[in-house]
Design a protein around this ligand. Structure first.
Ligand SMILES: Cc1cc2nc3c(=O)[nH]c(=O)nc-3n(C[C@H](O)[C@H](O)[C@H](O)COP(=O)(O)OP(=O)(O)OC[C@H]3O[C@@H](n4cnc5c(N)ncnc54)[C@H](O)[C@@H]3O)c2cc1C
Length: 239
């Protein structure tokens, strides 16, 4: 939370006590900042900071990424990426880490090339996160489909990753992005990176943004930082 009326005071609640901790007992940190660099997507930052915009937020579908390590079958493509407009499991894109570089395979299989490491991406509308059972069922369908195609045999490892804001779209004539960025910058919060600036760019451009932001940040000074423990927090009524 940022208190703009109080000279850019940021208040953070931090879970230092592990799962099951009571929210009201969490330590609270207060920072006064000159400027803040944020890589978060502006729809989240705007919400966290408590700002209000006139424009309707632009849409941002989520993506479930299944990372898979498996025994390779002869039909497995040599491509880096493959797009799938149709299919039983309804994923839209796959990529093959180990076709980019052999180091993505386990050490023991780098000489034999009998393993493949790949990712499978499926898009979801905002707020449409599947539960654990749905992810398990979907994962089984994906593996079955890849086996049916003769791309993989046994699966060694599989790990699902949920990316809440994965794609950044804009409504026709939308002014939301411009309003969001201008509004954050007016509060000395500078959005940096692919999601924060709501642009389409790859990893290389994002690394460049990070290096530039890092060089700028070294010239900033944190004016003060203090920790307020739950007991003090309640008596001071900070959160
Ligand atoms: C599925 C997928 C596949 C991609 N494949 C490629 C590819 O093959 N090649 C390529 O060049 N680029 C690819 N990209 C794009 C690439 O990932 C991005 O350009 C790059 O990672 C963006 O870096 P960044 O530092 O700007 O943002 P990020 O690395 O996304 O940093 C933003 C950070 O903010 C954090 N964050 C977000 N919301 C919150 C919140 N509410 N609270 C706290 N923290 C939050 C996130 O956890 C993250 O750590 C892909 C992107 C996706 C989603």
């Amino acid at each position: 939370m940022v208190d703009h009326s109080n000279n850019n005071l940021m208040v953070l609640g931090a879970d230092m006590t592990g799962p099951g901790a009571c929210l009201s007992e969490l330590p609270v940190f207060k920072f006064r900042y000159e400027a803040m660099v944020s890589p978060l997507p502006p729809n989240r930052t705007i919400e966290m900071v408590g700002l209000h915009l006139e424009a309707k937020p632009d849409p941002s579908p989520s993506v479930l990424v299944l990372n898979i390590g498996a025994l390779k079958e002869p039909n497995c493509p040599e491509d880096h990426r493959v797009y799938m407009p149709t299919g039983k499991a309804a994923f839209h894109r796959m990529g093959f880490y180990s076709n980019v570089d052999a180091s993505f395979r386990p050490k023991f299989s780098r000489g034999t090339s009998d393993r493949v490491s790949l990712y499978v991406e499926r898009a979801y509308p905002e707020g449409g996160k599947p539960d654990a059972d749905e992810i398990s069922a979907y994962s089984r369908t994906v593996i079955q489909e890849l086996q049916d195609w003769g791309w993989v045999r046994n699966v060694d490892v599989m790990d699902p990753t949920w990316i809440e804001v994965a794609h950044t779209w804009s409504w026709a004539d939308s002014q939301w992005k411009q309003q969001a960025i201008a509004s954050l910058e007016a509060h000395d919060i500078y959005p940096v990176g692919r999601y924060a600036r709501w642009v389409f760019q790859g990893i290389a451009d994002s690394v460049r943004d990070g290096l530039m932001a890092g060089a700028t940040v070294t010239s900033l000074q944190w004016r003060s930082a203090e920790e307020v423990h739950p007991r003090q927090k309640r008596s001071q009524g900070t959160v």
